[in-house]
Ligand binder design. Structure first.
Ligand SMILES: Cc1cc2nc3c(=O)[nH]c(=O)nc-3n(C[C@H](O)[C@H](O)[C@H](O)COP(=O)(O)O)c2cc1C
Length: 222
C-alpha cells in the first residue's frame, strides 16, 4: 500500500504539523507493515512556475485546442504530477495555517494539479465533477490560535471568533477533484501559553494516532 505525504511546513524539526503527521504515520505503519510513504516536501521541491505556458495549456484543454510545443512540455509535467497522485492508495497532508489559509507552497502545488481532464471535469449537465478516486485523505493541521466558528472546538481557550479558510477551502478544492473522504486533525492554539497549547497538542497527537489505526482498514480489505 502506497501513500503520498505532502509536507507543507518549512519548520521541520520544530514543526507542530509535521510532528502530528509523524504520529499519524507511525500508527499507520503499525497497522499496515508494508506501507510505503512517498514524501513530497513542498519546501525542498522546486515546483515549476505556473507561467503562461501552463496557463495557456490549461485554457486550450478547456477549449479543446491543440498545444504548442512549450505548452505540451508544460502540460506533460502536470500530467506526471497528477499520475503520481492517481497511483497512490491514500493521501496525507500536514500543514500550518498561514494568514487564515494554507501556505503558498501548497496553493502553488494545488494550482498545478487542479487541472481539467486530469483531476476534474465539467459538463453542462453535471457541472464540475472530480476525476480523482475518492481515496482516504488525512489532513494534519496546526494553527497558532483556536477557531470556534466551525463548531470544532468549544474549549475555554476558544476565545477567537475569526473565521478560518483552511478547512472550507481544502474541503472545496479537494472535493472538487473527487476527494471527499477527508479526515482533519487540528492542533489549535499552538502559539498560546503552554498550559493551553500542550494539552491541545497532546489531544491532537492522540487523535492522529487513532486515525492512523483506523483509516486504512477498509482500503486494505477492499
Ligand atoms: C507566516 C505565518 C502566518 C501565520 N498565520 C496564522 C493564522 O492566520 N492563524 C493562526 O492561528 N496561526 C497562524 N500562524 C501560526 C501557525 O499556524 C502555528 O504556529 C502553527 O502551529 C505552525 O505550524 P508548524 O509548526 O507545523 O509550521 C502563522 C504562522 C506563520 C509563520
Amino acid at each position: 500500500m502506497e501513500l503520498i505525504y505532502l509536507e507543507c511546513s518549512p519548520r521541520k524539526r520544530l514543526s507542530v504539523s509535521i510532528r502530528l503527521a509523524q504520529e499519524f504515520l507511525a500508527s499507520s505503519r503499525r497497522k499496515v507493515p508494508d506501507l510505503k510513504v512517498d514524501t513530497i516536501d513542498l519546501w525542498s521541491l522546486r515546483l515549476p512556475d505556473f507561467n503562461e505556458y501552463y496557463l495557456d495549456a490549461k485554457y486550450k484543454i478547456i477549449r479543446g485546442k491543440p498545444h504548442s510545443e512549450e505548452e505540451a512540455t508544460a502540460w506533460s509535467e502536470v500530467v506526471a504530477m497528477t499520475d503520481q497522485l492517481k497511483r497512490a492508495d491514500g493521501y496525507v497532508v500536514s500543514l500550518p495555517m498561514w494568514n487564515w489559509s494554507i501556505p503558498y507552497k501548497l496553493k502553488h502545488y494545488i494550482d498545478l494539479i487542479c487541472q481539467p481532464g486530469l483531476t476534474w471535469g465539467y459538463s453542462r449537465r453535471r457541472g464540475h465533477f472530480g476525476l480523482l478516486e475518492d481515496k482516504p485523505t488525512a489532513i494534519l493541521l496546526s494553527s497558532g490560535s483556536v477557531y470556534s466558528r466551525d463548531g470544532s472546538d468549544d474549549s475555554e481557550a476558544a476565545s477567537e471568533t475569526m473565521p478560518e479558510f483552511v478547512k472550507p477551502y481544502l474541503r472545496h478544492v479537494l472535493g472538487m477533484m473527487g476527494l471527499r473522504n477527508l479526515h482533519f486533525v487540528h492542533a489549535a492554539g499552538s502559539d498560546y501559553p503552554p498550559e493551553h497549547a500542550q494539552p491541545a497538542f497532546e489531544q491532537a497527537k492522540e487523535e492522529a494516532r487513532a486515525l492512523g489505526e483506523t483509516l486504512w482498514c477498509h482500503t486494505q480489505t477492499s
